[in-house]
Design a protein around this ligand. Structure first.
Ligand SMILES: [Mg+2]
Length: 233
């Protein structure tokens, strides 16, 4: 194993399951629309709003990496289509976004974060739009990189390169850990980082490429591995 100087963590489905958070956020948005612009809530229930965002993302590749921009554009479109005030898009987005950041951590996540942050600098690297300050864990991270801010999404090598520059590390000195074989493992490897797969679901490695030498079932195992390889925690 080459010497490690920093650890990069994916967020969604690595620290918390994302689907329940998105479902709750969509419900919160719907409640807000129902209370403030009921015609929009009636015309765009959550499945229709989800479909609209997908359609807008397809038509606007320049914001393919920015879920917040897609969500704001979708809301402006839905409001406009119902003759409502487009300025309502911002408070409506806030109703969604505040719920999206009320995540429920995997049981192992917070204890592992505390242990890991004591061992080496931590970075977050996410294609999503989680707000670590709102979630309350930003103090653990020396560096935060999102697709929204980098302008490209994983598995594009440029987002991994940007992360390493922010950390002041060579790519080979950074271990990136995430749940997604393509976005996290293949993306990190292609950019020259070390890569580990977080396999919470006991899945068979689907590729691309060979399964990495480092596979962890949860973040506690990752913290154990780091403690053994980087000194006692
Ligand atoms: Mg993930």
């Amino acid at each position: 194993m080459r010497p490690l100087r920093a650890l990069s963590l994916d967020l969604d489905d690595t620290l918390w399951p994302i689907e329940p958070a998105i479902a709750a956020a969509e419900a919160s948005l719907h409640d807000w629309l129902h209370a403030h612009v009921p015609a929009v809530a009636a015309a765009w229930p959550p499945p229709a709003m989800r479909e609209l965002r997908t359609r807008i993302a397809r038509h606007c590749p320049e914001i393919a990496h920015d879920f917040s921009a897609q969500r704001r554009l979708s809301l402006a479109h839905a409001l406009r289509a119902c003759g409502a005030d487009e300025a309502q898009a911002e408070p409506a987005f806030e109703a969604f976004f505040s719920a999206r950041n009320r995540v429920v951590f995997y049981d192992d996540a917070l204890p592992a974060l505390t242990r890991l942050a004591a061992l080496l600098p931590l970075a977050s690297l996410s294609n999503g739009n989680a707000d670590l300050a709102r979630i309350g864990i930003d103090a653990h991270f020396a560096v935060q990189v999102s697709a929204r801010e980098a302008g490209v999404a994983k598995p594009d090598a440029r987002i991994f390169t940007a992360l390493c520059q922010r950390l002041g590390c060579m790519p080979a000195q950074v271990l990136h850990v995430g749940d997604d074989p393509l976005l996290d493992v293949a993306g990190a490897r292609a950019a020259g980082l070390q890569a580990a797969w977080l396999n919470r679901t006991a899945s068979v490695w689907p590729g691309p490429g060979p399964m990495p030498a480092l596979v962890f079932r949860d973040l506690g195992e990752l913290a154990d591995w780091c403690a053994a390889h980087l000194g006692a925690d």
